[in-house]
Design a protein around this ligand. Structure first.
Ligand SMILES: NC(=O)c1ccc[n+]([C@@H]2O[C@H](COP(=O)([O-])OP(=O)(O)OC[C@H]3O[C@@H](n4cnc5c(N)ncnc54)[C@H](O)[C@@H]3O)[C@@H](O)[C@H]2O)c1
Length: 338
């Protein structure tokens, strides 16, 4: 499949993943920044480079494109790309607001093209993530009733640093909007429930200066199927950093430490009679070969005429939770998601 990439910050990781997958061929890239364009073109041997992404979208041979732009450009550029007949993998968060995410979902439905959201952590933290999901799907943890997710940073940018990430009008938010999609996607995937019903959130800018984005956010989500998800996220805080999830089921629990080494991130908790057990799986063997990246997954699904795992509906559900948390924090009340 002939692919392109728009935006060459995180977009360079997309180039790397496409290059590693033999069913993808990179035909062109676009960025306003000529230095980034030239260095990526040289590194990946790409002949067609464009400062105007419309010129990339106009290539008739282009079949799929990764949109890796600042968040305020996700909705307009994704909709243009879909309308140009391209399949699109958009970076997280899908959009700044549920209204934007909904318009992207509707554009995918109207054009019949495939849209995926690059909530890519399950691929990044394999095989541990896949093994945990495999155990949950096999019923080994019983009913999953609680997932606690955390992503804690002491500092994301130096004091006073200006970037589009620190302007709410452009990014839509920070602690929750930036890292929230990854952790909420993982939590909903493990809970097996992508339908949030009610959200209670608190966000604030506690430590960062010269910015209107949140550096602290917590959100409690009641899911349709009865599970509860709790997310704690900081972009700046006086705490020890960490990223992970705690999963509680009626037959067992699990802890996934995303900062630990590959294959050593998982702890399984259970009981053997009256004895409580704690097991670290080592040398994980899966009953299938997982895809190496979300880019490989996306291309495989598009080629097979199937939706990717991280569908527009799931991207929207995540944005609804984050938007609900911001609104709940402002109003001091729970937000019901329709
Ligand atoms: N999945 C992940 O783990 C992950 C990691 C980092 C960032 N992201 C996401 O990727 C997206 C981009 O973030 P980033 O860190 O790469 O930002 P960045 O600022 O480093 O890169 C954005 C690029 O877009 C280019 N650009 C801006 N406007 C443009 C336009 N109109 N036309 C063409 N190019 C334009 C800029 O020149 C820049 O090179 C964001 O949505 C972010 O949330 C995801």
């Amino acid at each position: 499949m002939k692919v392109g990439v728009i935006g060459l910050g995180m977009g360079r990781a997309h180039l790397q993943a496409y290059r590693a997958f033999d069913q993808a061929e990179i035909v062109g890239i676009a960025d306003l920044d000529e230095a980034r364009l030239k260095s990526s073109a040289a590194e990946y041997g790409i002949g067609r480079i464009f400062t105007d992404y419309h010129d990339l979208l106009a290539l008739p041979e282009l079949e799929a494109v990764s949109v890796c732009l600042p968040n305020h450009l996700h909705a307009p550029v994704v909709i243009e790309a879909l309308q140009a007949g391209k399949n699109v993998l958009v970076e997280k968060p899908m959009a700044r607001t549920p209204a934007e995410a909904r318009s992207m979902k509707e554009a995918a439905e109207a054009t019949g093209r495939t849209l995926g959201v690059s909530m890519n952590y399950r691929w990044i933290v394999g095989p541990d993530s896949w093994y945990l999901k495999h155990l949950i799907d096999a019923g080994r943890l019983g009913e999953i009733y609680y997932v606690r997710a955390y992503t804690l940073r002491r500092r994301t940018f130096p004091r006073g640093h200006k970037t589009w990430f620190t302007q709410k009008a452009v990014s839509g938010g920070a602690a929750l909007m930036d890292m929230g999609p990854h952790l909420l996607d993982l939590a909903m995937w493990l809970a097996g429930d992508y339908v949030p019903r009610q959200v209670s959130g608190v966000t604030r800018t506690a430590l960062m200066t010269d910015t209107d984005v949140d550096d602290f956010g917590v959100v409690l989500v009641r899911m349709q199927g009865g599970a509860t998800i709790y997310l704690e996220s900081t972009w700046a805080s006086f705490t020890k950093p960490g990223v992970g999830l705690v999963v509680m089921g009626t037959q067992g629990g699990a802890m996934l430490d995303l900062n630990a080494a590959q294959g050593k991130r998982l702890t399984l908790l259970g009981a053997d009679g009256d004895t409580l057990t704690e097991v670290t799986p080592v040398d994980i063997q899966l009953p299938y070969t997982p895809e190496a990246s979300i880019q490989e997954h996306f291309i495989r699904r598009v080629s097979a005429g199937q939706q990717p795992e991280t569908t527009p509906a799931r991207g929207l559900a995540v944005v609804q939770v984050i938007d609900g948390a911001y609104r709940s924090s402002e109003s001091g009340r729970d937000v019901v998601i329709e």
